[in-house]
Design a protein around this ligand. Sequence first.
Ligand code: NAP
Length: 254
Amino acid sequence: MPGENLRRFEGRTAVVTGAGSGLGKATAARLAAEGASVACVDLVVDAAAETAKEIGAAGGTAKAYRVDVSDPASVRDGVSAAAQDLGRPSVLVNCAGIGKFAHSHEMPFEDWSRIIGVNLTGTFLMAQAVLPHMLEGGGNIVNIASNAGLMGAPFSAAYCASKGGVVNLTRALADEYLRKNVRVNAVAPGMIDTPLTNKFEVPAGANPKAIAKLASPLGVSSPAEVAALVAFIASDEGRYMTGSIVSIDGGLTI
Ligand code: NAP
């Protein structure tokens, strides 16, 4: 497994949201391979449990928690259970996210609210729940933003708004906790090969060419490739990074 010769998270507890799938799953595996005890958080607890089982089979330590990141009570309960079971969280990676293409003039309010609620509010709620633990001995947060937080794209108003929000939420938290031994950074991926990307369908009547700018000539990235970047930022090797928005997007936002 990548990172198996690195032990940068030995003795640390990491909370990873969206750990049942895609980037969250790869990040949970990567941090565990490097010695972290990982709280695998997901709405779909069976998927998170499968990730935790795979980590255990590879010799790592992980436990699954059912959390809806958009629900403050669920977040509070999940984080305090994880801290009790695995120890003080000093790393949080916010990977849980959803998206959907839609014509903005037709988008149901519920879809707008859910995308903002999971991607933006969920990122804030998880940070809010984990920060008291980080203030007792340090830590760092890596938020998964997107190229969509740094540029416009059609049919993606809620997704772009949520990810643009994650970008500046990252900077705001980094500034607020700059002198408190807590770093906050974001990774902004382009196209990663995960189940999420397969869920995006161009809305009826739209010209598929309108989204051509979302494809890089370098193709797509893999979850493991992005997880390696997340691990670097979250490790002590990223000590001097805070408030950074790091693109890994095949040049989409050049
Ligand atoms: P994914 O494979 O769909 O994984 C996301 C996971 O988050 C899923 O298990 C999902 O469960 C879970 N989740 C959804 N809502 C949740 C909630 N309310 N509470 C807790 N967990 C929840 O997606 P991914 O591609 O790995 O995406 C990970 C992150 O990267 C997202 O923030 C995404 O916006 C971002 N990103 C992805 C790409 C890409 O190309 N894939 C590019 C840029 C940024 P369900 O399966 O039930 O939804």
